[in-house]
Ligand binder design. Structure first.
Ligand SMILES: Nc1ncnc2c1ncn2[C@@H]1O[C@H](COP(=O)(O)OP(=O)(O)O)[C@@H](O)[C@H]1O
Ligand SMILES: [Mg+2]
Length: 293
């Protein structure tokens, strides 16, 4: 059978058989990416990632926590046990899995997680010579900017960094819009901060010129301890307005919650720790508005 249609007819026919154009959508805002970083261990990075993430989700944000610590405390603390970590951030950074395929839901609505496994500890040896080694997370996150129909349009990504200034933390800083630094209210709080700030500066120069310090959050404040008050004053003097008004108190409920695989906001919404993380989330959203204005 010969085709007798004229060029005009065939182009009209093609136009009709072409899929309908998607209705114009409001522009999708890319997620704000905050790296929760401090090379000191035990200062409250993971606790802040979990509970700030939960508080932001409670306020209506769509939040993704990326567990970038091989210890996987954020994953365990959100109740994702090792058997349910089919794909992990190791697979994502090794280039074997797309980030979306590693994401799992949590018990908290609007809060999702990319879990980690111990494999992540070996990543630096494996990709340490690759030219794009510092940009693996940034490339993986680029996928989130264009959600397909039915996929979550994340508004916040919180990256829980390991207690070291290694390639994993550098990946987080190279991918982030800003850094959020938890500082524990203890005698050595400021020690190491200048090293962290130097690393931020060199990442800004070499990898991510737009990187900023979002803020410093004081954690584990003990009102019965005079030292805590002194540390707050010192840190405010050193970091000025970068220090959030909200201070996270030392609160036993905060430390109990992870053993139940729950954020403290789910474990005990009314405790002082939950209230503080809700205030911090409100303050961060406010600061974001000021930054974007
Ligand atoms: N506000 C708090 N009150 C009481 N315990 C806390 C508080 N914040 C953190 N912790 C506890 O301190 C320890 C270290 O916190 P974590 O968030 O794991 O630190 P990091 O991730 O920086 O190593 C954990 O056992 C955690 O439960
Ligand atoms: Mg941690």
């Amino acid at each position: 059978m010969s085709d007798t249609s004229s060029p005009e007819q065939s182009s009209a026919a093609t136009a009709f058989s072409a899929p309908p154009r998607p209705a114009p959508q409001a522009a999708v805002r890319p997620p704000r990416i905050l790296a929760v970083a401090n090379q000191k261990g035990g200062v409250g990075k993971t606790t802040t990632a979990i509970n700030l993430g939960t508080a932001l989700a409670a306020i209506g944000e769509d939040v993704l926590i990326i567990d970038l610590d091989p210890q996987g405390n954020a994953s365990t603390g959100l109740g994702i046990d090792r058997r349910n970590r089919r794909h992990s951030t190791y697979d994502v950074l090794a280039g074997e899995t797309a980030l979306r395929d590693a994401i799992v839901p949590t018990a908290v609505p609007r809060l999702q997680l990319a879990p980690s496994t111990l494999d992540l500890a070996g990543l630096e040896l494996e990709i340490g010579q690759a030219r794009d080694r510092a940009f693996r997370l940034r490339s993986a996150l680029a996928q989130l900017k264009t959600p397909a129909p039915g996929q979550t349009n994340f508004t916040y990504v919180l990256v829980d960094c390991p207690p070291s200034l290694n390639l994993l933390t550098v990946n987080a800083m190279a991918a982030a819009n800003a850094i959020l630094v938890p500082l524990q209210c203890e005698f050595f709080a400021l020690e190491g901060l200048s090293q962290l700030l130097k690393t931020v500066e060199s990442v800004r120069e070499q990898l991510n010129p737009d990187l900023t310090i979002h803020g410093v959050v004081l954690t584990m404040y003990d009102s019965r301890n005079n030292l805590s008050g002194q540390v707050v004053a010192d840190v405010r003097q050193f970091m000025g307005p970068k220090v959030y008004d909200t201070i996270i108190p030392r609160n036993v409920r905060v430390s109990e919650a992870p053993s139940y695989g729950k954020p403290v906001l789910v474990y005990d919404l009314k405790c002082s720790g939950s209230e503080a993380y809700l205030r911090l989330a409100t303050e961060i959203i406010q600061r974001e508005k000021e930054l974007c204005a």
